[in-house]
Design a protein around this ligand. Sequence first.
Ligand code: GTR
Length: 355
Amino acid sequence: MLPELFLDTSSQTARIWEENRRGEILDLFQREVYGYTPTARPKLHHQVTRQEQISPTVQMERITLTVGLDGKEASFEILLYTPVQNHGKLPVVVMLNPFSRSEALDHARRDAQHMPYQEITAKGCAAVYALVDGLAKDDKDQYHKGIFELFPRENPHSWGVISAWAWGGSRVVDYLCSRDIFDYEQIAVAGFSRGGKAALWCAAQDQRVSMVWSVASGCTGAAVTRGKTGEHVADITTQFPHWFAERYKAYSGNEEALPVDQHLLLGLMAPRRLYVSSSSLDSWADPQSEFKSLTLAAEAYHLYGLEAVDAHCSFPPVGEQIIKGCTGYHLRGGEHACTKEDWELFLRFIHRHFK
Ligand code: GTR
């Protein structure tokens, strides 16, 4: 049995959702799954380390974002791509990239499957490639350097590395909101795989994010945990003990006891825009369970009288995109990856919703 959006069926309104239930669900995800995000707001500084026009149409800035608290600091880099010709405020797509720095930069150099800035800027948007592993390395023995020196893990409900990357996404939003070239109402956050988990968790907590895209985020990302194929809580917490609150391990082989499931995480996006995509051969992530989660999240959108991909939509064939109201989905043919085809389909969704 999946947990319900509301415990009390007689009180299902957008007001009660916003004032009450939404916060309860968010708290459960913090306490039991991702851990509590620190509430202190350290000072954020930025330094532009490089600025160049990298093509006839694209300007690139390399920026270091640094946070400081009690004499300690942690930094990460972002690559910001803007169209050379730009009229008016720019919508932005932020891609959280938690993979190792050289791998991430290599992707960027190859015109990145992970961040095709030419195509994004050609659509009149800015693109940000956020190298959030600067805050916390994806390594169970090394992760505690960086942001965890400012905010250590102290108890079984303390934050883990997925939360730290998500927190980095919010610091990127802070930075964007300090520059008047961006449209603060049109900020999308995206991520692939472990980055997709972080993107969803960032958007769930930070309502300045107006659109989220998770690519093949799978277990503890978009996919409902109960009944999914492939990766389970036991696998993910054993292989990546640093990703979540320590408490999450208690649900290994005991998923039914979780007070939440991932469709509720997707529901936390309502009434904002939500896009999920999967790869057809990715049984570890489980496309069917990602799609199911999205259709169940529709209930939160319906509270606002908004349309969303719901139980009336069937699981699409490979290559087909479904967009219904505020949410969308596609299933790309192939392996676990984030490809140009994924971006093309997502850019259609952006085009529909951003100016
Ligand atoms: C796998 C992990 C998945 C997914 C993936 C990735 O090893 O089990 O949950 O995050 O890595 O990030 O590529």
